[in-house]
Design a binder for this molecule. Sequence first.
Ligand code: PEP
Ligand code: MN
Length: 345
Amino acid sequence: MVIVMAPEATREDIETIVEVITAAGGSAFVSRGVNRTIIGLVGDVAQFGALNLRSMRGVADVMRVTAPYKLVSRDNHPERSTVRVGGVPIGPGTVTLIAGPCAVETPQQTLEAAEMAKAAGATLLRGGAYKPRTSPYAFQGLGEEGLRILADVRTATGLPIVTEVVDAHDVDLVASYADMLQIGTRNAQNFALLQAVGGVGKPVMLKRGMNATIEEWLMAAEYIAQRGNLDIVLCERGIRTFETATRNTLDVSAVPVAQRLSHLPVIVDPSHSGGRRDLVLPLTRAAIAVGSDGVIIDVHPHPEQALCDGPQALVNGDLRELARVMRQLPPLLGKSAVGDALASA
Ligand code: PEP
Ligand code: MN
């Protein structure tokens, strides 16, 4: 941490700060310039935070030099992590395809979507039983009945399941069915929910809040990590901008930026960011090109009948084309493994 003193700060102001820091167990290094004095602090930053340094007399600015998120930061964990979901790795050296319906609607629709996903080389099945819809009149998901359908489809296909939880009270229930819990963009800063999923012992996919900075996203991940769960996969799913041609704007730079700041795997959701079927393939290409550790894709056997997000759902042929791109691009970029299922599909 660095304190920049105001030009008018007095010798006493500086001495007071040094005393306060020393009393808190830290060390203060004073560097006097011609116009300004800078004080470098060494010690427990969390403890300094409680000192309210910014409001002390003579202080112009207080700057952190280390990341405010500790557990998910790469500072103390330089190696990038791999998260395993029901045995399926997500992380460096591989590219994981997660696919499935936006929402679980019927056993038949979920099974057909899962079979499509598996045939294309997906190794994880996505599907929402609890849907956080913008409108209260829109389909809200089947709830526990949807979880039961997902579990049956996992038995039938062998694909581990990723499903969203929207309420802290449902975390234990959803975790009893799911292999990975998804936190959606609308709940990405619901801190009670983040803490609840942090304590339940299942891997978590944390979508980026549509209005969240990368730092806020990583701080949200820190809430989960702080409860002892470091099996977190970050998912860039587009952010709110002034652009209306797409549902959200995929922030491709967030992938390498987040991977540089955090050791956690980072994947991309091209379906929810663009919100349009014709954009899913180009955005997947972009995601893989910037080093995404995987993608999560909406598929539906009959998109025109979908109860949720039909316009972005891929059908069989589109998904196979997308999987072909996911096989061909990574080796060109020096990524060797694309996962056995994808390689042999
Ligand atoms: C979803 O993946 O089903 C979903 C609702 O995504 P998001 O939270 O990114 O909108
Ligand atoms: Mn959706």
